[in-house]
Design a protein. Sequence first.
Length: 156
Amino acid sequence: MYKSKLTLDKEDSMEIEGIELQIKVKDLLKFIRYLVSMGLNVVPIFEQHLPDGSKLSIYELSIGDDHIGAIQVRYIDSYYKAFHRIFTLKSTPRFETRGDEVKYKYWAVPVEPTIIKIEGASMESVIGILSKYIDEYPNPEAKETLEIYRRKNLGF
């Protein structure tokens, strides 16, 4: 687990080496595009499909060549309904989706707060960037699918 470190120097000032924030994001793709538009590099470094149909991804954050942190996000996307249908069939699953499964272009919606870990000299500017971000669900299907996910997975 990532922890903030506070150290006191002789002048009794505090220096924060790293901080972990949790942000409620409704539209993951818009959030990543926003960070890129603000000059941050967002590079995927890990993705795992979880048994409940959600995905866990970790992205590295950098400005130029300087690593400044990471994003950890657990989300569902526009293929969640198809995933759930495939793996709840009693017969051998067929890996195909019907045309009516996805009504909108690809979307991704976090199922829990997005964790952002920031470190280094750029913390204050990154926190400023994050504080200005606002969003809505990408479309009605995304919001409805998230509600279905939460009903099936109590605690989210």
